[in-house]
Design a protein around this ligand. Structure first.
Ligand SMILES: [Mg+2]
Ligand SMILES: [Zn+2]
Length: 195
């Protein structure tokens, strides 16, 4: 009980394929659909005052598939959907860049596109947290590489990801089946149970 409102945790999560249904280069609000268990888990994290941050690559912006405004609008919409069920995502961090694209606004070899850790470092700066108390969950190897590069524990949702064979040693991440399982295992290590 003493830890119930301990704010010194941070949950960082990938977006597409991790908390919402994976739609390649999602460009319609109507395609946004939370995966089973996600809304409930976020609501419980909100109650525990654990910040929840989305860290997402959105190179569709650099590729000209949709605008940066659309990305922002989709994040507002996600929080609108969550809000209907009493949940909220605290902050969204996204990377609109891509090296070798035609749009000079986004044509950049940036440090925020995962596997680079820039988005995670921004989240850690916004919500200062001991690294051992911060986690990253995602469904792609680059999510785990970004977790490792930022120094936080990575949880890889197995099943729909490009499972690493040699690119990433298994000791560098924990395999899970869902966002919910990742959060439960992470907090469980500190004796906290989401209920
Ligand atoms: Mg993903
Ligand atoms: Zn970037």
């Amino acid at each position: 009980m003493t830890k119930r409102e301990d704010p010194s945790f941070l949950v960082m999560t990938d977006r597409d394929g991790t908390i919402i249904k994976d739609v390649p280069y999602l460009s319609r609000l109507s395609d946004i659909e939370f995966l089973p268990g996600v809304v409930d888990t976020i609501r419980k994290l909100n109650i525990l005052k654990v910040p929840v941050c989305v860290v997402t690559n959105q190179s569709g912006v650099a590729r000209g598939y949709f605008s940066e405004e659309f990305v922002q609008e989709s994040h507002l919409y996600m929080n609108e959907l969550l809000g209907r069920e009493g949940a909220t995502i605290d902050r969204f961090f996204y990377c609109p860049h891509l090296a070798q694209t035609n749009d000079p606004r986004y044509n950049r070899e940036c440090l925020c596109r995962k596997p680079h850790p820039g988005l995670l470092l921004s989240a850690l700066e916004t919500f200062p947290t001991p690294l051992s108390r911060a986690m990253m969950v995602g469904d792609a190897v680059r999510d785990m590489e970004a977790a490792k590069a930022s120094g936080v524990k990575g949880y890889l949702i197995l099943g729909n990801s490009d499972i690493p064979t040699s690119s990433l040693p298994e000791k560098d991440y924990v395999g899970v089946l869902s966002f919910q399982e990742a959060v439960n295992r992470f907090l469980g290590e500190s004796g906290i149970t989401l209920s």
